[in-house]
Write a protein that binds this ligand. Structure first.
Ligand code: SER
Length: 702
């Protein structure tokens, strides 16, 4: 019997042999689509190839794509754990043709793969097609010899696929597997189609159109193919079960959860182990792709998933954080297919541990409050919105966690009351701000921040990304559009541009739009800590609120800045070693050309000291070891030996940068520092370090 890893491999090899380029999975945070929360289908990384905006050196591709569906379109969070096939994270196998082959070959490849390579019995297979797609009907008869009764015509609701509100789309044809009479359920299109008997295993989309925001549809440059096969489902079919959670990979995670909590994987906590197994995958892969738990945007969806799993860990009855202990089991299963998971193992482990430790502190108190409130309702069935809001606000209970906890008692939450309580709190915060006497210009930023939220920073992972314009400002006032020749500030929902902070200057680069606008970014600043503002002058075209733009950081400058920023850390440590532990950072300026580092030291450095510092730093550069980034609480980070800037304010979680090797140091690392900046991948990328001048900048500061 093939395991899931083997099925994935066979799929990709089959298409490689048919001239397809096997492409690694794209990231879960789609840097080519600011309107999508997470990558939710195999075609997402290829979106611009279908529409002709981007070209690749191949016209056929196959991949196994990491997908998350939780929040936004295709949201499965609430059902996960209770059903046989819902997941927040899943893998989608797919083959793609970008204007190369079309319907006939796509159907032929699919039929050959499942009936020959995967050896599924033909008698168990049936298909659906879009209602007026006679061509597909004819092809299924010709290629697979299917009888008419096994080719079901259905309407757009089930047989017209689109990625989201916009993007490539087209009619599709789905292949179904019949698990047999012993499982309840009917064929597609029948009243009981939602049962577990007839399961869609593969979706072949005949891509023909691009859907636009204004509702119009245009033809793609060439008809194309996008197929998607849920790996977990296919594994279930091939392993003789209808339950994805009974397949080898999911089962191994369920068993790991049961063992770590010393409980029965199939006993009264079976649902909890399923939730934990599923959420472990989505949480770990999201963290590995740069998402961190937070109270906004993608980070908040991650936090909701993590906390839902952590609540189930508590239901199982473990008294210590559980999730982080399951990471090795996950890496064993999936680290070969997704090396990024292995690389991020330490970060994933710490992030899970930290979140669960913190959440546990409030979970018990919050649940007690919930119990008391439920008692007060005396069987009314609905929890008041203010109570759910208090749980959210004071105890960090995402709304769906409260709903999940109530579900077991047959109760729900008054959502309108919850929303009203949330709106009231926003208003109060705004009123408090208005009274604080801040300058009017800053009030503009505060209002904007309230309206558009934090900017998602993608720049740790990428230098190119799409963003959606959420605010445009001219002379400090919000506008709806900007014309060529105008100086403006642009805020987008996500950006690869680093906003000036921590001594590192803001990124420069260009913002383009598909209809020809060009906005050279001369600086990027951060407002209110997490809103990135791109500053420049529109040189061509017109930009409007809501436009989707392509954002490109000047890579050469960014790389040079990275090198200087990482060198700053190496320098800081070398100065402490050569001059003494009294050396502390007093400021810094890191740009592409050079770095400047201000530190406390009572007298000029001697020529020997300067040489010694240079020698140490260049020695570490030559080690060329990988730079590691981890996430911790400020206290843990400092306990682990991280250098922190005195008086600097840090958030709940800090990034901890470790560079270079030093066997004599307790932690084996040369330098450990708290830092939100962008850094080199390996210290060797710095290349060389040279001090060109040393002087006093103030009394006792060099
Ligand atoms: N895009 C289609 C889907 O997600 C086929 O890959 O089902």
């Amino acid at each position: 019997m093939d395991g899931l890893n083997e099925i994935r491999r066979k799929y990709l090899e089959f298409f490689r042999a048919q001239g397809h380029e096997v492409v690694p999975s794209g990231p879960l945070v789609p840097n080519n689509d600011p309107t999508l929360l997470f990558t939710n289908a195999g075609m997402v990384p290829f979106k611009n190839v279908f529409t002709g905006q981007e070209t690749r050196p191949y016209s056929r591709a196959a991949s196994s794509q990491k997908c998350v569906r939780a929040g936004g379109k295709h949201n499965d969070l609430d059902n996960v754990g209770y059903t046989a096939r819902h997941h927040t994270f899943f893998e989608m196998l797919g083959n793609f043709s970008f204007g190369d082959y079309y319907k006939e070959e796509a159907i032929k490849f699919a039929w050959d793969l499942i009936t020959k390579e995967f050896a599924l019995p033909e008698s168990r297979l049936m298909v659906t097609i879009y209602e007026d797609d006679d061509e597909a009907h004819g092809l299924w008869k010709k290629i697979a010899g299917l009888e008419d009764s096994r080719i079901v015509r259905l309407g757009a609701k089930s047989n017209f696929w689109q990625m989201g509100d916009t993007g490539p789309c087209g009619p599709n044809s789905e292949i179904f597997y019949d698990h047999g009479e012993k499982i309840p359920g009917g064929p597609p299109g029948s009243p009981d189609e939602d049962g577990d008997r007839f399961i869609e295993i593969w979706n072949l989309v005949f891509m023909q159109y691009e859907q636009h925001e204004d509702g119009s549809r245009t033809r793609l440059p060439k008809p194309s193919i996008d197929t998607g096969m849920g790996l977990e489902r296919m594994a279930a079919v091939m392993q003789g079960t209808y339950d994805n959670y009974a397949t080898d990979l999911m089962r191994s995670l369920i068993v790991a959860s049961a063992e770590a909590s010393k409980s029965d994987p199939d006993g009264s906590h079976a649902v909890s182990h399923r939730v934990i197994a599923d959420h472990l995958r989505s949480s770990s892969f999201l963290i590995a792709d740069g998402v961190m738990p937070s109270n906004e945007g993608r980070g908040y969806v991650l936090r909701r998933i993590m906390r839902r799993a952590m609540r189930h860990a508590q239901l199982v009855g473990v008294s210590e954080p559980l999730m982080w202990r399951l990471v090795p089991a996950l890496v064993r299963q999936m680290g070969d297919a997704y090396p990024e998971l292995r690389r991020a193992e330490a970060l994933v482990t710490e992030t899970l541990k930290l979140e669960e430790t913190r959440f546990r502190e409030t979970l018990t108190r919050g649940l007690k409050l919930l119990d008391e409130e439920v008692e007060k309702q005396q069987g009314k069935g609905v929890l008041p919105g203010e109570v759910a809001f208090k749980l959210y606000d004071t105890y960090g209970f995402p709304l769906d966690l409260t709903q999940d906890a109530l579900r077991a008692r047959g109760m729900s939450v008054d959502q309108t009351g919850f929303d009203a309580a949330m709106a009231k709190q926003r208003q109060d915060a705004r009123a408090a701000w208005a009274g604080s006497g801040e300058k009017a210009t800053e009030a503009v930023w505060f209002e904007l921040r309230e309206k558009v939220g934090a900017t998602e920073f993608l720049g740790y992972e990428t230098e190119v990304a799409e963003g959606k314009i959420v605010a445009l400002l001219v002379d400090g006032a919000p506008v709806d559009a900007v014309e060529a020749g105008t100086e403006a500030a642009i805020v987008t929902n996500q950006t690869p541009f680093y906003g000036e902070s921590g001594g590192q200057i803001g990124d420069t680069g260009v913002i383009f739009s598909a209809d020809g606008a060009e906005f050279p970014v001369i600086d990027t600043v951060k407002k209110l800590g997490d809103m990135h503002v791109h500053i420049g002058k529109l040189s061509r075209g017109r930009l409007r609120l809501g436009d989707i733009v392509e954002m490109k950081v000047d890579k050469a400058l960014r790389d040079a800045t990275r090198a200087n920023h990482s060198a700053t850390h190496l320098l800081h440590e070398a100065l402490r070693r050569v001059l003494g532990a009294h050396v502390t950072q007093k400021g810094s300026m890191v740009g592409p050309e050079r770095l400047r580092f201000d530190f406390s030291h009572p007298k000029p450095m001697t020529a020997e000291e300067i040489t010694e510092v240079e020698t140490i730093v260049n020695g570490v550069i030559r080690q060329n070891v990988e730079v590691s980034t981890r996430l911790m609480t400020p206290d843990d980070a400092i306990a682990a030996g991280a250098l922190a800037l005195f008086g600097e304010k840090y958030g709940d979680e800090v990034r901890v940068l470790a560079m270079g090797r030093d066997e004599d140091n307790a932690n084996g690392t040369y330098s450990v520092e708290l830092c939100g900046g962008t850094h080199v991948r390996r210290v060797g990328d710095i290349a060389i370090f040279k001090i060109v001048s040393e002087s006093a900048v103030a009394s006792g500061i060099r």
